[in-house]
Write a protein that binds this ligand. Sequence first.
Ligand code: HEC
Length: 289
Amino acid sequence: MKYLRITLLLGLCSIIQPVLAQDNSTPLSSTELENYVGYSFIAAILILFIIALFVILRAVKVLSKAVLKSQGYTDEQITAELKPAKDKKAKEEVWLKLLSLKPMSEEKDLVMEHEFDGIQELDNPTPAWFMYLFYTTIIFGISYLLIYHVFDLAPLQYEEYRNEVKIADAAKKEFLSKAANRVDENTVKLTTDPTVLASGKAVFTQTCVPCHGANGQGGIGPNLTDDYWLHGSKINEIFKTVKYGVLAKGMPTWEKQLSPKQIADVANYVKSLHGTNPAGAKAPQGVKE
Ligand code: HEC
């Protein structure tokens, strides 16, 4: 019965533990839930297994009792056979040895000479395990001091923290640059961010100037600074024009040469040119927007 109670208690603990440990403000995510269900299942099987073991043990006991009885043993003989009296003394001695304690009977040999107000002292040695623990803390302390503060062999916690932040920053930068490159004509956003415009201007100077002029005033290609547009003035329309080009009319596709981020940057740069009225502007083409 005692075993059964312990098993049930353990089972109960394992079932309510995740519920207690869980923070109410954050609901379980689906993977957490899967883990929870999985672990509960394993725990339930283990508990069933343990219960089965106890049942078998019990059955063996009952059976052996029946067999012994049929062979003419008395009840007392059977209980003596199945439950041998535990040697209490031996158990106590092991305990005393482990703690390096002397039994009460030897106390009179341990009393030290001095006495104060009837209080006497025993000469009981400190247990060996305690002394080992004590020496270990000394060795640990000295090693710690040497490693962390004298020879600087390992980073202290602030240094460790700064290193981790550095790594995380690099990972964040990489993630953001990748995310920026995933832009297309549907997700491109209009921005006046100076770094975006500067990068867009660099692309424009390198690839667009021969046809659209140094200031977007137009040449072979149309004026990009006026109110008139052939293919739309919205940021996603400009992105699309630049990305796919208008091959029949002499505007190349830039999908292959420029990255999505570069196209987005140059499209934003083109938007920033609107209304700048550069010298030598080409006559308007397209519809007023
Ligand atoms: C080889 C010459 C040439 C180059 C280089 C060129 N374009 Fe064009 N672009 C044109 C022509 C020609 C058109 C007009 C297409 C038409 O008539 O439909 C045009 C049209 C456009 C339009 C549409 C204008 C409107 O009115 O709708 C945009 C925006 C544009 N170009 C941006 C760029 C950008 C940005 C670059 C640099 C990455 C670039 N172009 C490079 C020739 C060029």
